[in-house]
Design a protein around this ligand. Structure first.
Ligand SMILES: Cc1cc2nc3c(=O)[nH]c(=O)nc-3n(C[C@H](O)[C@H](O)[C@H](O)COP(=O)(O)OP(=O)(O)OC[C@H]3O[C@@H](n4cnc5c(N)ncnc54)[C@H](O)[C@@H]3O)c2cc1C
Length: 449
């Protein structure tokens, strides 16, 4: 960083490159700083329940080592095999068990950062503090534009003794969302709460075998003739969906059906039993039909599958993308309908609701569309994002819950920031006056050197 500061060239921090918004793409000449060799675990502190590690450690390796020693960090993004601790912190990642363990920013207790000048700074590690602004949080989520994270102290937890699963089906999303909200409001801390809308349930959640997560899974190994026939039927539906997504998108608006709610609980046996009972009571009160524990177990066993099958859609000439936004409970349902309505003119769209909190949740849309040619596909892709995030901005929802901003969502972030944009630009100028740290990301000025 000292050399970059002296010679004035951009430096782009690189974890594992799994970020989906172009955060690691250079916009000009510069150096990509691969941090994967900073992968040591320095300390596991049993008394304070913390782990200190380098930013380059892959999520799965960190979690496995913690599990071996009897702990969990509780961070399980679908990209756990191909993403790093530094990347999580830099892009404010969320794992599938965020309802219980929080997002990565909740897990971080202290960080070490190399500034644009090459100076190394470290934030103090305390359970909570009132010593001015939270300096760690200034760098967390800055996607390599404020500094390079070179070490982190993270919260960990004893590995859970008990894990329970349960699922319910509902007629439409309304009662199911009410159940989610009431479960969180009651103080239950489920490890995972995932609600699939009607289309997501038909294409994913309704399956008896294989991945409940997987909308476009063409490789499912079915053996019995009935299963093979069902598999062929699903393939046929998926082929139609992928080849004429705009038409199916409009038609899908009228589909009504069941929505699957999957719940997972982790902790001591007494705690999980109590949380499960409270949740079952709430779902039944809201007209949920008990689907037992099997759909929850299936989700757990296949929870990382979906993302790795998306490339198949591209081979068929269409594209797939995911849009993850978040808002408070009073706006979630309306936002879901508004985004679906706006996007279905351009794409097939379905959603699940995950990352539930006491005060709101994330809506995770999956879209499939295509263009007449590459230019047209790029135009359609932009139209989808403008439509979706336009509705979010109108509603006062955040344009990203956990994928971050990168190169792609800069314009939407600045719209979300509104009057804070000026403060943001001034902060960047103060922290990195030569603009050498990942220029052009987060809607900040591009490299002009
Ligand atoms: C298949 C798949 C599934 C995914 N599922 C999830 C999911 O469930 N939850 C989720 O949150 N995300 C998910 N993502 C997105 C992605 O994995 C996350 O954004 C993750 O946090 C990126 O980590 P990375 O190490 O790959 O970072 P990179 O992609 O290498 O970098 C991301 C950004 O952080 C910056 N950066 C990286 N390391 C540092 C550092 N040490 N210091 C400063 N800046 C740094 C980079 O410059 C870049 O701007 C998924 C992506 C894929 C491909």
């Amino acid at each position: 960083m000292k050399l970059a500061n002296e010679k004035k060239f951009p430096v782009i921090a690189y974890g594992a490159g799994s970020g989906v918004c172009g955060g690691t793409l250079p916009t000009s000449r510069g150096v990509v700083l691969d941090l994967k060799k900073l992968d040591k675990i320095y300390e596991v502190n049993d008394k304070s329940l913390t782990v200190t590690a380098g930013p380059g450690i892959v999520g799965q390796h960190l979690e496995q080592e913690l599990n071996r020693r009897g702990y969990t960090m509780g961070h399980f993004p679908s990209s756990i095999y191909c993403s790093t601790l530094g990347g999580y912190l830099a892009a404010r990642s969320a794992g599938q068990l965020s309802a219980r363990y929080g997002k990565i920013e909740d897990m971080a207790m202290g960080i070490r950062v190399v500034l644009a000048s090459g100076e190394v700074v470290e934030t103090l590690c305390a359970p909570r503090s009132a010593a001015g602004p939270n300096w760690a949080q200034l760098f967390i989520g800055s996607e390599g534009t404020f500094g390079i994270i070179t070490r982190a102290v993270m919260r960990i937890y004893p590995y859970p003794e008990s894990r329970l699963f349960h699922a319910f089906t509902f007629n439409g999303v309304h009662d199911a969302l009410e159940s989610m909200r009431e479960i969180m409001r009651a103080g239950v801390m489920p490890a995972a709460v995932r609600l699939y809308d009607e289309l997501d349930t038909i294409l994913i959640g309704g399956k008896k075998e294989g991945s409940v997560e997987d909308p476009i899974n063409f490789d499912e190994p079915d053996e019995s003739p009935v299963k093979q026939a069902l598999h062929k039927l699903k393939e046929g539906i998926q082929d139609v969906l992928v080849s004429i997504p705009k038409a199916t998108g409009r038609a899908a608006e009228f589909i009504k059906g069941k929505c699957l709610l999957v719940l997972t609980f982790e902790g001591t046996p007494a705690m999980t039993a109590a949380e499960l009972k409270t949740s079952i009571d709430i779902c039944k009160k809201n007209n949920g039909e008990d689907a037992g524990e099997e759909p929850g177990r299936r989700w757990w066993n296949n929870r990382y599958n979906v993302s790795y099958n998306q490339s198949k859609v591209f081979y068929q000439g269409s594209f797939v993308d995911t849009i993850e936004v978040a808002t408070t409970w009073d706006k979630v349902e309306q936002l879901y309908h508004d985004v679906r309505r706006a996007v279905s003119k351009h794409a097939f769209i379905m959603a699940h609701f995950s990352h539930a909190y006491t005060h709101g949740c994330c809506v995770y849309f999956s879209i499939v569309s295509r263009g007449r040619n590459e230019d047209d596909a790029i135009k359609t892709h932009k139209a989808v994002w403008d439509a979706a995030l336009g509705e979010c901005l109108k509603a006062g929802a955040t344009v990203t819950h956990h994928h971050g901003v990168g190169l792609f969502k800069g314009e939407y972030l600045l719209k979300e920031l509104g009057g804070l944009t000026d403060v943001f630009f001034k902060m960047k100028k103060a922290i990195d006056p030569a603009n050498i740290l990942n220029p052009g990301k987060l809607g900040l000025p591009d490299w002009e050197g």
